[in-house]
Design a protein around this ligand. Structure first.
Ligand SMILES: [Zn+2]
Length: 194
């Protein structure tokens, strides 16, 4: 923590926060196309996330040669819920606390389920099992000089919800086609056959 004394300066709200990963090595920091970093067993091709395994979790394999790979940026909602009450410490949340939705997402290629928050503004009432989502980076929490980023899931086709990609005020760089409908009901748009 920097020892910042409160000199006669007005609060520096306009200063840019340094953006850092809330946890190192679990995702890329590519603002345009971030991806989760997982592991793949060289022997049996089993995928693992987070990338902290020392050996393959497949009980029929248990090989120890795991290679790092970037995982699919898209998936479909496998299950979801919301968090209406602020979890106790050591969980870090925005102040004031804002309820958020959580989704367990089956990744498109790996068919592995990864849990994550939905982007701010996503109402649990608007989610359905099977909805297509994509990975984005967004703020988990901030302190005086840093913004801690984490991956979140964004409904495919939805407008940015004030997250990481929205900072410049220029929305033209957002991903995907612009759709103004709030629902984003483009289910199973890119379902793969086997
Ligand atoms: Zn294996």
């Amino acid at each position: 923590m920097p020892s910042s004394e409160r000199a006669g300066r007005p609060a520096g709200h306009g200063e840019a926060h340094q953006r850092v990963a809330a946890v190192d090595g679990w995702f890329t920091l590519d603002g345009a196309g971030p991806a989760l970093i997982g592991q793949r067993c060289k022997a049996c091709k089993t995928f693992v996330f987070p990338p902290t395994a020392s050996w393959c979790p497949n009980p029929l394999c248990a090989d120890t040669e795991m290679e790092e790979v970037e995982l699919s940026r898209r998936g479909s909602i496998w299950s979801f819920t919301n968090a209406c009450y602020q979890p106790p410490a050591p969980y870090v949340a925005r102040e004031p606390y804002e309820p958020f939705s959580i989704a367990a997402v089956e990744l498109e290629a790996e068919q592995m389920v990864v849990l994550g928050q939905m982007v701010r503004g996503t109402r649990v009432e608007d989610l359905h099992v099977g909805d297509q989502v994509e990975l984005v980076l967004d703020t988990l929490y901030e302190d005086t000089d840093r913004e801690y980023l984490v991956w979140k899931w964004k409904p495919v086709g939805a407008e940015p919800a004030g997250g990481y990609g929205d900072r410049s005020g220029d929305r033209s760089g957002g991903s995907g086609p612009k759709k103004s409908s709030a629902g984003g009901n483009r289910m199973a748009e890119r379902r793969r056959d086997g």
